[in-house]
Design a binder for this molecule. Structure first.
Ligand SMILES: Cc1cc2nc3c(=O)[nH]c(=O)nc-3n(C[C@H](O)[C@H](O)[C@H](O)COP(=O)(O)OP(=O)(O)OC[C@H]3O[C@@H](n4cnc5c(N)ncnc54)[C@H](O)[C@@H]3O)c2cc1C
Length: 122
């Protein structure tokens, strides 16, 4: 994971998503898609909420969203940085480009992701 990615995205009733939460270099063209995936996560984790949640309940939902999204988006951030380095630089992300395209594009939503495992080589 990226050493300096944010340790949390939410406080009180507010959560950061998109570039504000995880700005990344354009070397994979994944910044906007990750913002859209964040928006899907908001929808998925709030879909069963019909009344205004308590502060504690809201904080728990926002933490669940963060937990569902953090590992995936931090890895994509890290790979975008690696892709920007000269070819001779030491690589720390071990997926091949074709594997990473699959990782980027075969996403089925935040709740499905929460039940899946990150590829062992990621
Ligand atoms: C050259 C380039 C190419 C890219 N290509 C791709 C690509 O191919 N695929 C991809 O997925 N991503 C790509 N990206 C990344 C993508 O554009 C961003 O990741 C995405 O726009 C982030 O969306 P966002 O809503 O989080 O932030 P933004 O799109 O930056 O939206 C933030 C908005 O908030 C507004 N704002 C800021 N401050 C305030 C304020 N105080 N009050 C009110 N409004 C405010 C801004 O004006 C802006 O409209 C590219 C980025 C660049 C720069």
């Amino acid at each position: 994971m990226l050493k300096d990615s944010l340790e949390g995205w939410h406080r009180g009733r507010v959560i950061l998503i998109g570039d504000a939460a995880h700005a990344m270099l354009p070397t994979q063209g994944q910044g906007a898609s990750q913002a859209i995936e964040d928006a899907e996560a908001l929808g998925a984790f709030f879909e069963s909420i019909s009344e205004t949640p308590s502060a504690d309940a809201l904080s728990e939902i926002l933490e669940n969203i963060f937990q569902a999204r953090y590992a995936r988006v931090s890895l994509i951030q890290a790979y975008s940085r690696e892709a920007a380095k000269p070819a001779a630089a030491k690589k720390t992300v071990t997926l091949r480009p074709d594997e990473f395209m699959k990782f980027n594009c075969m996403y089925r939503g935040a709740k499905a992701w929460s039940n899946e495992e990150i590829p062992a080589s990621a």
